[in-house]
Design a protein around this ligand. Structure first.
Ligand SMILES: Cc1cc2nc3c(=O)[nH]c(=O)nc-3n(C[C@H](O)[C@H](O)[C@H](O)COP(=O)(O)OP(=O)(O)OC[C@H]3O[C@@H](n4cnc5c(N)ncnc54)[C@H](O)[C@@H]3O)c2cc1C
Length: 493
């Protein structure tokens, strides 16, 4: 990993282009040919300041016209990030924004329309209500980051687009049988600074008269830093900042890992050296790196297999026999309209049945969903929606909890993949014990949007300092599968 600290030889193309424009502008002073289809004409004798030129050059980025993706794959990069969803984008952000010492950072993404990326298909929820302390701390980190969002992500004084954070909180409802667990979780969350409060049945009835509280003993509500936001805008803003900071974004699909034999006193071992990338021009290009980070979301297991993770090789005392236990699991989100449904201050409600709903905009629109039983996991070949699941599972549970939903109409639906960790549904982060230049940032199983920024910060700390500084995520290492020390999170939705 130390190799990742090699200084970058690469100067980002965008900055280079800007600099050449500045030089041309300062020397010509009158007309600045911006690109083939755009022109900036300065009045005779008028000169723009360097700052103004940078602002204007990057304004298309900030308006959503991102032109930073390269079709060329660099032959070498210090750090390669596979996957340009929210996690890959956040990792790239921290690596570049927090230090200039880590060298070149390249993101390889196969589809910049993000049609199947789970970040874009998520419900965008963020909560501090978890049973595992690290998860609470990671969500708190995100809430704090989003509070200062503009400060972090403005590019040359231009504000990033709004992430539309709705601070409505989450409301977890619990029957008597799990009331004690909820109470303990709230105590732990509060001890970490989360503003979660416990609400008795009477308090729930008073605050949310639209709830049917049959079978409910208690609820917990996040009163600060919880709610939902727009992950697409966050990806977009991080990406604009990353491009300005010199991160290279390339388009292509990683299809193979290249290995190299290295001899040492313990014998010969294979190390991961690079990848082969299938590009749109139909050709394959190689890219070597010092360190690679798996940010492939639901496809992280596939990437790990390509990198020979779990192929049984033995090196010294370390055996490489455990696969990355991450696979795509299909989840549906349904939107419905209910004219008489609960109003503006409706939180993100989690019913004990596992069904959830939240408001979507104004005017009586909501989104909702639920996870199926293990035995009823849907086929993952496509992203088709199962409407029977809504009619038979989700809607009955929600109409029972909120009687007003009996008068509602299903409007639309979509499906996405959870990046599902089969072992304990929690994050897997940090280096592989055998292939130590291969880092994981995977397996969040439905809470990766809210943890992506904290994951980015953690990966930066691991590479920069060799250990965690802000939040200790050691328990989430891959080694836990070898040591049989799973970290079970009770609040998986
Ligand atoms: C329906 C649904 C609701 C959700 N709701 C929430 C929520 O409310 N709150 C929350 O915190 N989380 C939620 N999640 C989970 C969250 O969306 C994920 O945990 C998170 O988005 C994972 O981010 P990622 O960047 O790792 O993955 P992705 O966003 O999927 O990005 C991975 C990227 O890797 C790329 N890739 C894969 N393989 C290759 C390859 N070989 N070469 C190049 N590129 C490759 C893909 O194209 C993709 O763009 C939800 C998920 C779903 C499906």
């Amino acid at each position: 990993m130390m190799q990742a600290c090699m200084r970058s030889q690469n100067v980002h193309k965008g900055i280079e282009t800007c600099l050449s424009k500045i030089v041309r502008h300062l020397s010509i002073g009158k007309t600045l040919q911006y690109s083939e289809d755009r022109e900036y004409r300065a009045a005779a004798g008028e000169a723009r300041s360097v700052k103004d030129i940078f602002k204007e050059e990057f304004s298309p980025l900030m308006k959503g016209e991102i032109h930073g993706v390269e079709s060329k794959i660099p032959r070498e990069t210090d750090i390669l990030i596979i996957g340009g969803g929210l996690v890959g984008t956040a990792v790239a952000y921290f690596l570049k924004a927090y230090s200039s010492a880590l060298g070149s950072v390249t993101v390889i993404e196969r589809d910049y329309t993000y049609t199947r990326a789970s970040s874009m298909l998520s419900a965008g929820g963020i909560r501090h209500q978890f049973s595992v302390p690290e998860n609470v701390l990671m969500s708190k980190f995100t809430s704090d980051f989003l509070k200062n969002y503009k400060q972090h992500l403005s590019v040359f004084e231009q504000d990033p687009p709004e992430v539309s954070f709705h601070h409505q909180g989450y409301l977890f409802l619990a029957p008597l049988s799990s009331a004690e667990n909820l109470e303990n979780a709230v105590k732990m969350q509060r001890s970490l600074g989360a503003k979660t409060v416990l609400l008795s049945k009477e308090q729930l009835a008073e605050k949310y008269p639209w709830l049917n509280l049959d079978g409910i003993e208690v609820g917990s509500l996040g009163t600060s830093g919880e709610g939902w936001f727009d992950p697409w805008q966050l990806v977009h803003s991080l990406k604009a900042k990353n491009l300005a900071n010199g991160v290279r974004y390339c388009e292509g699909e990683v299809i193979e890992f290249k290995m190299e034999d290295v001899r040492s006193a313990d014998g010969t071992r294979k190390i991961i050296k690079g990848v082969d990338v299938d590009c749109k021009d139909g050709k394959h290009y190689g890219c070597n790196f010092s360190c690679v980070i798996n940010c492939a979301g639901p496809w992280a297991g596939e990437i790990a297999r390509l990198a020979h993770i779990g192929d049984g090789e033995q090196y010294g005392d370390t055996s490489n026999f455990i696969e990355l236990p991450v696979e795509p699991r299909k989840r549906y989100v349904y939107t419905f309209h209910c004219p008489d449904g609960p109003t503006l201050d409706t939180p993100f409600v989690i019913d004990p049945s596992g069904a959830y709903f939240r408001r979507e905009g104004l005017g009586g629109h909501y989104i909702c969903g639920a996870s199926p039983n293990d035995s009823e996991e849907p086929n993952i070949e496509d992203l088709n929606v199962d409407y029977d699941f809504y009619n038979e599972v989700v809607w009955p549970a929600l109409a029972n909890r909120v009687p007003a939903f009996n008068n509602s109409k299903l409007k639309a639906a979509w499906a996405g993949y959870y990046d599902y960790n089969l072992m304990d549904q929690n994050l897997i982060i940090g280096p592989h014990p055998y292939h130590t230049n291969f880092l994981f940032a995977n397996g969040m199983s439905g809470h990766g949007v809210q943890h992506a920024l904290a994951i980015g910060q953690a990966i930066f700390e691991l590479i920069m300092y060799g250990h965690y500084k802000t939040i200790d995520l050691s328990r989430f290492s891959f080694n836990r599968f070898m040591d049989d020390e799973l970290v079970i999170e009770d609040a998986i939705v």
